[in-house]
Design a binder for this molecule. Structure first.
Ligand code: NAD
Length: 240
């Protein structure tokens, strides 16, 4: 299977290329496109495209996927309503896979957090902490927001209505707090704390190698190429 890499000159794009050429997967690089590469040609010649770029570029790639009817795996985070809309509209014509975190561990964590949030009510406060390297553009991380949505789902509330990003003042009952650290070369760490009277439960994931995200994206690409048009997530692929 020929994979097209979008954002080939970035941290994730380079890791993805290394992982594909390792020969551990039933895949080869069909095209590796940076910011100024020939995207039209890449979409034409590859079987499936993987995008680790920026929110803005991702919307452009969704449109190309729609026009060329090519499966598209998106790992880019920080998407707004316009970019999510572009993915949704592409998914009416082709298979689109979106995951803010491609690691197996984080996707299991999402389901553990939902369960814990449903059980530990109402006096347990939920706080999410995430740490990433100094170059990361978006905050909170897409994974922290996904963990927040999982906790909110467990509590049967909407994250938008209970999310606390400003730590000033007393804690609001039922709030889900998210805080971020940016510095050094941290690949990605997420901790969800359930803080109750006299005890705290912490569920944490620490990524020490970007290759876990690259391997998840390749696995998604291999799975996606046989799927009909639609919008898919890690949960669809892993069945968790
Ligand atoms: P990066 O800044 O190192 O790389 C991004 C690359 O995108 C750059 O090389 C840039 O040239 C390229 N780019 C920007 N605009 C473009 C355009 N219009 N067309 C083509 N290419 C363009 O960033 P990174 O660390 O590789 O992360 C990229 C994205 O992936 C971020 O949103 C990050 O949060 C996300 N990410 C997701 C996962 C996951 O598991 N889903 C894991 C790690 C990173």
């Amino acid at each position: 299977m020929k994979i097209g890499i979008l954002g080939a000159d970035g941290r994730m794009g380079r890791t993805l290329a290394q992982e594909i050429i390792s020969g551990r997967h039933d895949a080869e690089i069909g095209a590796a496109v940076g910011r100024h590469g020939d995207k039209e040609a890449a979409f034409r010649i590859c079987d499936v495209m993987i995008d680790f770029t920026s929110a803005q570029a991702c919307a452009e790639h969704a449109l190309l996927a729609q026009q060329h009817q090519k499966p598209l795996v998106v790992g880019t985070t920080g998407l707004g309503a316009a970019e999510e809309g572009a993915l949704l509209s592409a998914s009416r014509k082709t298979a689109v896979f979106y995951a803010a975190n491609m690691s197996l561990g984080v996707n299991l964590l999402l389901s553990l957090v939902e369960q814990a949030a449903a059980k530990l009510v109402p006096e347990f406060d939920i706080e999410i902490f995430e740490a990433h390297h100094r170059h990361k553009a978006d905050a909170p991380s897409g994974t922290a927001l996904a963990l927040g949505r999982a906790a909110a789902k467990g509590r049967k509330v909407k994250l938008d209505e209970v999310m606390i990003l400003d730590r000033a003042g007393q804690r609001k009952a039922g709030g889900i707090g998210i805080s971020s650290f940016r510095g050094g070369d941290v690949v990605g760490e997420h901790t969800v704390t359930f803080a109750g009277p006299g005890e705290r439960l912490e569920l944490a994931h620490k990524a020490s190698d970007r290759a876990i995200f690259a391997r998840g994206a390749i696995k998604a690409a291999l799975w996606l190429k046989d799927q009909p048009a639609g919008l898919y997530s890690m949960r669809d692929m892993l069945g968790v």
